[in-house]
Structures are given as C-alpha cells and as structure tokens.
Design a protein around this ligand. Structure first.
Ligand code: ZN
Length: 636
C-alpha cells in the first residue's frame, strides 16, 4: 500500500516533480532479539516517488529518530550521521531530509507533496490568509523555514498542544502539503482533496491554461550564440533546448514576461536545478547575461558564509516570441529543467490573477541553493564523460559506419543528430541523446530544416561527421552513364560541400569544433571500373584539404579517414561476401583479413577513430588523412 499510493502521487506532475515530495509508513516489527520495535520506512534520498520500490524506503528505529526532534540544534552532517545510525539496514539509502518530521507525525501513513496549486496560492501576497479562507481552522499552517531539522523542530514545537485528530492536514507556506492517517488510502485521498480545493479556488479566481500560437519563429544562429555565451559562463559546454510548445510561446509573448519571470522559483528546492531567475534573451542578451553574472556574484557575496561560489550561468531563459530555453550538460538535466520550468511558468501566470507571484526572499533561497544536503544530490552524478555537453551531426547514420559513429559519440557523452535518407534511421535510435532525422543530403532546403531542428533540440553544433555516400555500379569510363556519374558527384562530393558550408557559422560558435570526412581507400589506391566513386572521393578529399586551410583560422579542424574493407555494413551481405571471396580463391575469413596486419576492420573500429579525431587527442591535428584498413600495400 505504501509503495502503491506513493507511486500514485509520483505519477502526477502537478503534485511532485523529479525527486520532490516524500512518503512514509510506520510498522511494528520484531528485531533479531525478538523485541518489538516501531520502524519508520521513509523515502530514501535519490529515489523518485513515481518509480519507488520497497528498497527505496529507508527503515529507521522510530524511538531513536524521535529523540532527535528534542535536540536544540542538529547540524546537517550530524543529522545525516544519526539518521544513518538509526537505520535497521546498513545497506538502505540515506533517509529523506524530512525523516524526523515524518517520525513526529503520530500516524501510520504520512504523505508529502509540493502540489502546484497549493504552492501557487501560498506564493502570493495574501497567501496565508487565502489558505485560511480555503481550508478553515483545521489546517495547520506552517510559515516557511528551511526543510530538514529546522522544519521538523518548528513543527514539533507548534504541535505540542495540538490535537492531531482534529487536523485535516498541514500546509507549509512556499513549500507544500502534508497529509496523514492510519489508513494509506485515506491519507492519499486527503491529499487529493486538499489539492483539488486549491485547484478549484484558482479556477474560480479565473486562472487559465497558458496558450500561444502554434506557428513558431526560429533563429538558429541566435540560439547557437546564446548557447555559446551560456556555456562560457558555465565553464563547460552545455546543451540548450528550445521549448516551443504553445504554452511556452504564450509565456514568452506576455508583455510583462520580464518582470513576472524574475521573481523566483515555485518551491525553494527547485533552485538547485533552475537557479533563482531566468534570463531574458532579447536583442540585448549578451548584456543581460553579463548583468545576470554580476547579480549572481553580488547575491553570493551578500549571503555566503564561507561556501564556494557555484557557476553564475542561468539554467533557463525566455526568448521573446520563440519560447523558453533550458540548459544542462546532458539531455536528462535539460529535461528536468524543462519539466520544472513548465510548471513554474504556469504557476507564475496563475499567481498573477491572485495579485502577483511572491517567491521567498533571496536569503532563504540562498540557504537552500547552498545547503550541503541539496548540493550533495547534484554531486551524485559522478565523473562526466569526455564529450559531455557537446553536439555532433552524423550523416548516413542509419547503418554501418555512420550508425557506429552515432553510438560511439553517445558513448563518449555527446548528443548526436543522426541524419539519413532512409526512414529506418527513425527506428534505429530511441535514446534521448540522439535526434534521428530523415534527410536527403543533396537537398539544400531539407538540410537547412534539419539544422534548424538540431539547434532547437540541442543548441548548436560542435562536431560534424560527414559520412553519407554511395558506391555506384561499376562501369568503365567508356560505358559510364551520365546519371551514375552525376549522382555520385552529387552525393559523394557536392552534398558534403553544402553541408560544411551550412554548418560553418555554427561550428564557429562550437567547442573545439572539428569535422571528420569519410574518404576511401580509393583515393590513394583507386581501382578500375570505379571512376565515378574514386573521382568523387578524391574531390572530397581535396575539399577537406582546402577546408582545413580555410577553417583553421576559425579554430575548426578538418581531417579525413580512408577506410577500406569494412565488411559489417549493409552493402556486404553474406551472399556478396561469399562471391567476392570465391572470386579471389579465398575463404570469407581470409578475404576479410586480407591486409598487412591480417585483421578484420569493423564499423566500430572506424567509429572509435572518428571519436578520437573529434576529441582532444587530435586537438592539434588538421588536414590529416588516416587510412583505417589493416594496412594496404598500395596505400603504404
Ligand atoms: Zn518538501
């Protein structure tokens, strides 16, 4: 029952978001000595109510935990320590920072959410009075204090002479709601009832859904510039995603968007994700970002007591007419910001109807932002991958070398736009790090549209793997058809030239920007019958050399790979392989390893080299041509 109703609460974004809220149950159990103990099972830190399972609840000896509430002071470090010491299972996760509070509420089931509607009502000028008006005398209303020990202590003292049985629940101003009952279902229902009342109140006051036009204006170069500036402030490359939902565009179109979005977060715990305010990305965005940095430094200087300043980069911003932008080092981070700010935007607009959004003061927010227990949540993420926050485009990505490149880049921490003319590309990738797009690379307007989508989704372009190509039917020069020749030139040369041309303005704004061009063994060692292919690949290689010369001054590196005999690609079916091997009087295995090193070269081998060439190992190399073929006598 505890897991079940926790998940019901977790499933509703309007109640809890990304690890917010917590629940508990008190159960009498016998310990190993046969003694009866009351155990508080409370949500463990790092678990999400939407997906929580039984091991996600930390079991604490209730009598030891309750004693903590009687202390005058308890530091964060001591709270974590003594809570762990009260656990009956040393392998359990750290108990929620609200464990002591759950412990002192004298009911079997306790539910806590950060319900939007309730918080919106409290985040207004007459918030406390409105809460009284909606819920009457039987609601315990708690003024804002820091969560954790101070909150537990405050409520412990407030409720000494209170008859809990008369309470319908507890509302914490600027924070959320608690309900409790000895029956799990009833406690859940009380929560829904309290939240529904606030929703009804907002509706009667005239609160509406945010709406905006569906038609969107886009300015990819502006977005890439913004992403560059924000990354510089952050001190590392980050992704930027444009939310162009009608609600988001509606928000960005509000005439007073600048003033209303600057008032603070929905609940204080959001500050570690979203920072205190967003930035306005109008035509003065560069100045606005510098002002944002200065304001952040001032805020830090004013309130810090020896902490180390975090980066001064915003986590989200408003792009007038276009929507809102969210930033983060990974798609997962960006998603969290986008989810939280979607609710924040709606809440801000609703609060306007009640006279205006009034978030907590800077001092309270600072304490929350720099609270060691909150910062610990962010540090859990571990060491970042080498290409975290970087954005790549790979063409010809549906199969073979292209597909392997997408996977290797994602493995290195990058996000990748995977372009292919085949619709199959859409089914090849489902991870949030990949944006699969169908695109005929010979069609300029399709390419432009794709780039627009890539920038809206990720914020820029740092790396380009121009891999799309065809191997046309063999024909001697005298038998070559115009169509075959022209098609090979279109796809194997001209499309690459156009893609590079279109990407240069974005690569210029990229981080350690680099291009890898897929050449061919046919460039240094052509074969008869393959003029359409070999000439195109030779021209492409020459294009790469000129590009290396031209783009070097912009810091963009251009290198070429010449793969050969990569047989795990779509063209090399078992049938073709057998026929070719037979033609040379070899077994398939001999045919595959018919090179100086006698090794088989796979798509993954090529992809690993591509990642290396795009990464720091090759940071001082441009204009290079590297064969990857196991060693070919003619090439050597
Ligand atoms: Zn809370």
């Amino acid at each position: 029952m505890r897991v079940y109703t926790s998940r019901l609460l977790g499933a509703e974004e309007d109640l809890v978001l990304h690890g917010g809220g917590n629940t508990s149950v008190k159960i009498k159990e016998k310990n190993i000595f046969g003694e009866s103990e009351e155990i508080l099972y409370v949500k463990g830190s790092g678990w999400d109510l939407a997906t929580i399972e039984e091991p996600g609840f930390a079991p604490l000896k209730l009598d030891e935990l309750s004693k903590l509430a009687e202390l005058d002071h308890l530091s964060d470090l001591d709270m974590v320590k003594y809570q762990r010491m009260a656990l009956t299972n040393p392998a359990a996760p750290n108990p929620s920072v609200e464990a002591i509070l759950h412990g002192i509420i004298p009911y079997t089931f306790v539910d806590h959410t950060h319900a939007d509607a309730v918080v919106v009502v409290t985040n207004t000028a007459k918030g406390a009075a409105r809460i009284k008006e909606i819920y009457g005398e039987n609601m315990l209303v708690v003024p804002y204090v820091m969560p954790g020990f101070i909150l537990a202590k405050t409520i412990y003292q407030m409720t000494r002479d209170v008859d809990w049985d008369k309470l319908d629940g507890m509302i914490l101003l600027n924070h959320g709601v608690f309900t409790f009952d000895n029956d799990g279902k009833t406690s859940y229902q009380k929560m829904i009832k309290i939240v529904s009342k606030a929703e009804k109140y907002l509706k009667q006051a005239g609160a509406k859904e945010l709406k905006g036009p569906k038609v969107t204006k886009s300015d990819p170069l502006l977005l890439a510039n913004i992403r560059k500036e924000v990354s510089d402030l952050w001190g590392q490359p980050v992704l930027g995603r444009l939310d162009k939902s009608p609600a988001s565009i509606g928000f960005s179109n509000l005439p007073n968007v600048k003033s209303i979005s600057n008032r603070g977060p929905l609940t204080p715990d959001h500050i570690i994700r979203t920072k205190r305010t967003p930035v306005n990305f109008n035509q003065d965005y560069k100045k606005n970002l510098q002002d944002y940095r200065k304001a952040y430094e001032k805020y830090f200087a004013q309130y810090n007591s020896g902490e180390q300043q975090l980066d001064p980069a915003p986590r989200w911003g408003v792009v007038p007419v276009m929507g809102t932008l969210s930033f983060g080092p990974t798609p997962k981070h960006v998603q969290i910001i986008e989810d939280i700010t979607r609710h924040t935007k709606k809440a801000i607009v609703q609060a306007e109807i009640l006279g205006g959004w009034k978030a907590l003061g800077q001092k309270d927010l600072f304490e929350m932002e720099y609270w060691s227990l909150e910062q610990a949540k962010l540090k859990k993420a571990g060491k970042p991958k080498p290409m975290q926050g970087k954005i790549a485009i790979v063409t010809g990505a549906a199969s073979g070398i292209g597909k392997a490149c997408v996977e290797a880049l994602v493995g290195a921490g990058a996000v990748v736009a995977a372009l292919d003319i085949s619709k199959g590309v859409l089914d090849e990738f489902s991870q949030p790090e990949v944006l699969p797009l169908t695109c005929d690379v010979t069609n300029e307007s399709q390419l432009e549209k794709c780039l627009e989508q890539v920038i809206a989704q990720f914020g820029g372009i740092d790396m380009l793997v121009t891999n799309a190509g065809i191997f046309p039917k063999s024909a001697r020069i005298e038998d070559m058809s115009d169509d075959i020749w022209k098609k090979s030139m279109d796809i194997n040369v001209t499309s690459h030239q156009r893609l590079i041309q279109l990407c240069v303005p974005y690569l210029e704004l990229g981080f350690d920007p680099a291009i890898v061009i897929m050449g061919s063994k046919n460039v240094p060692a052509p074969g008869p019958g393959a003029s359409a292919y070999s000439v195109a690949k030779a021209a492409l290689t020459q294009l790469a050399r000129v590009a290396a010369l031209e783009l070097g001054e912009k810091g963009i590196r251009v290198n070429v790979l010449h793969p050969n005999a990569v047989y795990d690609t779509a063209i090399w079916t078992d049938e073709v392989l057998n026929a070719r091997a037979k033609h040379y009087g070899l077994t398939v295995q001999q045919y595959k390893t018919n090179n100086v090193l006698q090794v088989e070269v796979t798509s993954n081998d090529v992809a690993e080299l591509v990642v290396a060439m795009l990464g720091p190992t090759f940071s001082k190399v441009t204009g290079a041509q590297v064969p990857i073929d196991g060693g070919n006598e003619r090439v050597i």
